[in-house]
Design a protein. Structure first.
Length: 51
């Protein structure tokens, strides 16, 4: 269990590195995803359905 504490940090680091290499604005990307999930939740599900 102790070794799992590193995993979220590894994921965040990798995500930031990839986003930076493609000049992706992470704040904008997060806002887009939050809006997508908000719409899904309003439809009754947060699952990966076609938007």
């Amino acid at each position: 269990r102790e070794e799992l504490k590193f995993e979220p940090g590894d994921l965040l680091y990798s995500t930031i590195t990839i986003a930076n290499s493609f000049n992706i604005d992470l704040e904008e990307a997060l806002n887009m995803v939050l809006e997508k999930y908000k719409k899904r939740l309003n439809k009754g599900s947060a699952g990966s359905e076609n938007d």
